[in-house]
Design a protein around this ligand. Structure first.
Ligand SMILES: [Zn+2]
Ligand SMILES: [Zn+2]
Length: 413
């Protein structure tokens, strides 16, 4: 398989959550060519390949497939120009701005390598290609669509995410590795009217402004400095014209946390402030809240994580193993492990130009010069990122897939 060509092709054909039909077709084709048993259409576009190769543990390797509504500005020859028409009839630009195209490419490469080396190991390999990580909770939807009635239940769940660390680096954080996220849409109700007669209205713009400012006190005043949380109001909409007072305002809010107690405390604070600011404005109707994505903390099993990091050190050299710490981003891969009752190891894969990172670190300009996931400039270096990602998946999987010679799991020598 020409993995770089595959990557460029996937990159220039991004697809949104639950519409990854082209990607899923390409994946299913390669899995069938490699001799795997292929299951398609799980949670609409999910694809799973199973390679049964004798007695031994079942290892699940996961990649997510969806892209984002971002207009690509990388200027790369394989940059995306794709668009999709939204429900208002507007063209929305699409980009693999989170690197899920890297994930798909690496997992197909790993399946190819493990299938070619099947004489060297025994057990069952499950390669899972998940839709809708960015929105819609594809992992849980796959579980609810009967995933583990269709495929063998794994003993370990493994996966990776490309991030703006130097390419060639790889490593997992034990314990709480990625934050829980709770997202919500809030509608604040006022009373609309003429912009010249505010006394006849209840202005939802003022209500929203007060709410946004006060929400920023939850983390600073209600969460211990030893704990971590984020409250972000990422969208704020009200009104149509400067001389009309709108009837309502909507806020899109996301809350990140690493600890269940902190999570409950922050969510209670958010709830209380929204209700109280609405009441303070004299709102005729209480605000409404609709939940969006709610992903749990991504919890890496400490023992299995130590095993994977040691295997990475043996394979790549100690100096290529990252200690990434906990990240405030969120993931739904944990749902695949929880539903199986299996431990999870989810590691980070560097994708940025090591020279550029070094220069930015020296100049203190990392936040400005090194594009992050979801940026229109996010462009992982195809190599050595792909080779490292393929090898990381193979090395980690082989920690559980037994050496075919006999009993215990393969150890690195
Ligand atoms: Zn993302
Ligand atoms: Zn992602």
């Amino acid at each position: 398989m020409d993995l770089e060509a595959l990557y460029r092709d996937l990159h220039s054909h991004p697809e949104l959550a639950f519409t990854e039909h082209r990607t899923a077709g390409i994946v299913a084709g390669h899995l069938a060519d490699l001799g795997l048993e292929v299951h398609t259409g799980i949670a609409t576009t999910g694809v799973v390949g199973v390679l049964r190769n004798g007695a031994g543990p079942t290892v699940l390797l996961r990649a997510d497939m969806d892209a984002l509504p971002v207009r690509e500005q990388t200027g790369l020859p394989w940059a995306s120009t794709a668009t999709v028409v939204d429900e208002h009839g507007d063209a929305v630009p699409l980009m693999h701005a989170c690197g899920h195209d890297i994930h798909v490419t690496c997992l197909l490469g790993a399946v190819e390598a493990l299938a070619a080396a099947r004489a060297e190991w025994s057990g069952t390999l499950v390669a899972l290609f998940q839709p809708a990580e960015e929105q819609g909770g594809g992992a849980q939807v796959m579980v609810e669509d009967g995933l583990y009635e269709r495929i063998p239940v794994p003993d370990i769940v493994l996966g990776q995410h490309v991030v703006p660390h130097p390419a060639g680096m790889v490593g997992a954080h034990p314990g709480a590795a990625l934050a829980a996220v709770d997202t919500m849409e809030v509608t604040l109700h006022g009373r609309g009217g003429h912009g010249s007669q505010p006394e006849t209205t209840i202005d939802p713009v003022v209500m929203a402004a007060a709410t946004v400012m006060r929400l920023q006190t939850v983390v600073s005043r209600e969460v211990s400095p030893k704990d971590t949380a984020v409250v972000t109001v990422g969208s704020l909409h009200a009104g149509t014209k400067n001389n009309i007072i709108a009837a309502e305002a909507t806020l899109g809010i996301s809350v990140r946390s690493f600890d269940e107690g902190v999570r409950q405390r922050v969510l209670a604070g958010v709830d209380r402030i929204i209700a109280a600011e609405s009441q303070a404005s004299g709102a005729p109707t209480a605000p409404e809240m609709e939940w969006g994505e709610r992903y749990p903390v991504t919890m890496n099993d400490p023992e299995a994580t130590a095993r994977v990091n040691a295997a990475f050190a043996a394979a790549f050299g100690e100096e290529h193993v990252l200690s990434p710490g906990a990240l405030s981003g969120s993931e739904d891969v944990g749902n695949l492990a929880t539903a199986a009752g299996a431990p999870l190891v989810y590691w980070l894969l560097g994708g940025s130009d090591p020279e550029a990172v070094r220069a930015a670190v020296a100049a203190g300009t990392v936040d400005r010069d090194i594009p992050t996931n979801h940026s229109p400039f996010f462009a992982p270096l195809p190599q050595p990122t792909i080779d490292t990602g393929v090898r990381a998946l193979v090395v980690a999987a082989r920690e559980w897939l037994r050496s075919s010679s006999d009993g215990p799991a393969a150890e690195h020598s």
